[in-house]
Design a protein around this ligand. Structure first.
Ligand code: NAI
Ligand code: OAA
Length: 338
């Protein structure tokens, strides 16, 4: 009675959801889909027109999340997978987002999560190497400064590491910086975008406020305060949640935003540029071979790593403090796999 196209239109009234780029077969897998980040992230990805198929995996709860999210009237298909179905979940995935692992409690650093999360991420990466070796891997699990080198080293060990396709998701730092700067300048967050470089924990987070027209107007005590807030925004949420975990909703938003940027790049869109933590030559001479900076995304993942540009004297100091800590975190990750 109805053509397939007509039924799809009835099911999802917004024509934007069926733009030509959404016709590309893009399967996205979420590993850790049952968690605090995984659930809202899956919902947001269900709303992304560039996702045609959503594969939700967790050691517990993913089929329930999939059944729930799967009723949302957008075009993508959703499938949930149980603990013993990791390979099926990864089959054919072009983008794999990993929020699997434990979150912080008050008093903990991200590095305190290493002992639990390192092996979770390593084992998931080994499965990626086996089943979806050419997928883009987006690592959310903390400590990102170490889990990204763990994923890279695991893929390398399996002979399938492509530095263009492994990303640490540092988007939440960028989202926070824009929001906090908007808060103190009365500008719209759309106008207060700040490039954040380095890594994703405390002193390794280096916001380049001097490169933003609003950011460079912030000086003195207000500058010290906003830098501290961007570097320790995660602690603010951990403290407020009082033992119930860390940022989940803002992280899901940031994760979906970054996944969309990767998908737009894969689809051939030009000029998709955002900070992300990748294998990088920028500070390799200082023993830091993973670094977050503005990266142009393209059909193969990382298209171009942009230089960090001109820094203020304060930012030079922040970078100086970042490098040795980041080096330690990266080496810890590599040593775990070696
Ligand atoms: N990159 C970033 O900016 C941010 C990173 N995070 C990190 O994200 C991670 C997840 O945080 P939440 O979702 O709040 O934690 P959560 O505990 O609510 O969820 C984690 C999920 O991972 C699952 N899981 C554990 N082992 C697994 C495995 N081997 N395979 C598949 N799934 C597995 C758990 O069953 C659980 O559903 C934490 O490490 C947290 O520190 C959190 C916020 C921001
Ligand atoms: O603070 C945490 O543990 C979670 C996180 O990475 C963030 O919110 O930036």
């Amino acid at each position: 009675m109805f053509s397939r196209a007509a039924i799809r239109t009835l099911a999802a009234p917004s024509s934007r959801l069926f733009s030509s780029s959404s016709a590309r077969q893009t399967k996205v897998a979420v590993l850790g889909a049952g968690g605090g980040i995984g659930q809202p992230l899956s919902l947001l990805l269900k709303n992304d027109p560039l996702v045609t198929s959503l594969s939700l995996y967790d050691i517990r709860g993913a089929p329930g999340v999939a059944a729930d999210v799967g009723h949302v009237d957008t075009g993508s298909e959703v499938q949930g997978y149980t603990a013993d179905q990791l390979d099926e979940a990864l089959e054919g995935a072009k983008v794999i987002v990993i929020p699997a692992g434990v979150p912080r409690k008050p008093g903990m650093t991200r590095d305190d999560l290493f002992n639990t999360n390192a092996s979770i991420v390593r084992d998931l990466a080994a499965a990626v190497a086996r089943v979806a070796p050419t997928a883009c891997v987006l690592v959310i699990s903390n400590p990102v400064n170490s889990t990204v080198p763990i994923v890279a080293a695991t893929l390398e060990k399996a002979g399938v590491f492509d530095p263009k396709r492994v990303f640490g998701v540092t988007t939440l730092d960028v989202v926070r910086a824009a929001r906090f700067l908007a808060g103190i300048t009365d500008a719209s967050p759309a106008d207060t975008r700040v490039t954040v470089i380095g890594g994703h924990s405390g002193a390794t987070i280096v916001p380049l406020l001097s490169q933003s027209s609003y950011g460079k107007t912030v000086t003195g005590e207000a500058y010290e305060k906003i830098v501290n807030r961007i570097q320790f925004g995660g602690d603010e949420v951990v403290k407020a949640k009082d033992g119930a975990g860390s940022a989940t909703l803002s992280m899901a938003y940031a994760g979906a935003k970054f996944a969309n940027a990767v998908l737009r790049g894969l689809n051939g869109e030009k000029g998709v540029i955002t900070p992300t933590f990748v294998k990088s030559p920028l500070f390799a001479d200082k023993g830091v071979d993973f670094f977050s900076s503005n990266v142009e995304l393209g059909p193969n993942g990382v298209e171009k790593i942009h230089p960090i540009g001109k820094l203020s004297a304060e930012e030079e100091k922040l970078l100086e403090a970042c490098i040795p800590e980041l080096k330690k975190n990266i080496e810890k990750g590599k040593a775990f796999v070696a």
